[in-house]
Design a protein around this ligand. Sequence first.
Ligand code: NI
Length: 406
Amino acid sequence: MTDHASTAQHFPPLSQEFLQDEIDALLPQVIGWRRHLHMHPEVAFEEVRTSQTIFDILSAIEGLSVARPTRTSVVAELRGQHTGPTIAVRSDIDALPILEENDVAYRSRTDGVMHACGHDGHTAIVLALATLLARHRQKLPGTVRFIFQHAEEVAPGGAEELVQQGVMDGVVHVIGLHLWSPMPVGRIGLISGPAMAAPDTFQCTLLGTGGHAAMPHQTVDPIAIGAQIVTALQQVVSRTVDPLDPAVLSVTQFIAGTAFNVIPGSAYLAGTVRTFDPGLRASIPAQMERIIAGITSAFGASYEFSYERGYRPVVNDPALTARLTEVVETTFGVDTLIEMRPSMGGEDFSAYQQRAPGVFAFVGARNDAEGITFPHHHPRFQIDEASLGIGLRYLTAASLDLLTKS
Ligand code: NI
């Protein structure tokens, strides 16, 4: 960074205006990559073909050194020819176990698996970013690490594994994005500070005594007990959490019984807890268990309870968010930016943020006029592909800013 001034004298700095024509020229390729990935989706930890495709594309790009840190992930490194910081750009690559209901030429060719969250788009965007920046490595200061991460959708997630493999070593800033169907195409959303929640999960088996439905007095009915537990668990957030601290407790599974005239011996409850605050997060499992223990013991049943911590919350570095806000405003104009509210959804991008300041951005992908309105993880989820160009332009501008102005 010391020879920055002299570098600039000999090499005109890369500007996004300079790259805009190239971005436009790359768009058909980006759409092609995205559609190819869309046709061949693979679920978390099974991205064998996907990672091979990514590896092959990156290996053909001059100037990149490409590695496979785990069986189904890919990381490429681009060393610019001038001194500068190391930054990381992350894409996730996994799909979901959903049967696609879209009738498009590039519909999933694997029944029951679908890119229903937009990770195919993320991958195509970051492949294009690598292509673009590698072309200009003679003028580029610093190093860019392109992370193609497996298994975002399933805990424990791929991010933590890649961090353990050292992909964040030496990185000073990390950025990533999500194509976002609730937001209209053409807009970019940033959130300063806490952005996405910690998604924990719980399971509880209620052990009663089964018997004839007509003789309930001879049973310990786990359905009646479970219903009270579901109701009482609503009090955890509404009566014990500070109303100004975001928290969600949802019971999403209640499984019991086999016949109308049989009281079952057990019932199964499961669900998710979402929080931001670490202290609150730590206190909730014990509160839940107190309720479960109290109600089961009051009615003579017993229970098994387990609580699993998911990803850490995504917390965007405020200084870096301010900087990228400026990047969005300069690149696209002030009307593009949406200062978003945090989401109770989870993301393992948080694992990278443990190692360096990072910002996770949201790129609008919705188009009401075209009927592209279905939510993420829906069998008819789609993106407006214009979002791919916007995402690429954002990451290009952001990368150049982080590499040249540290
Ligand atoms: Ni996603």
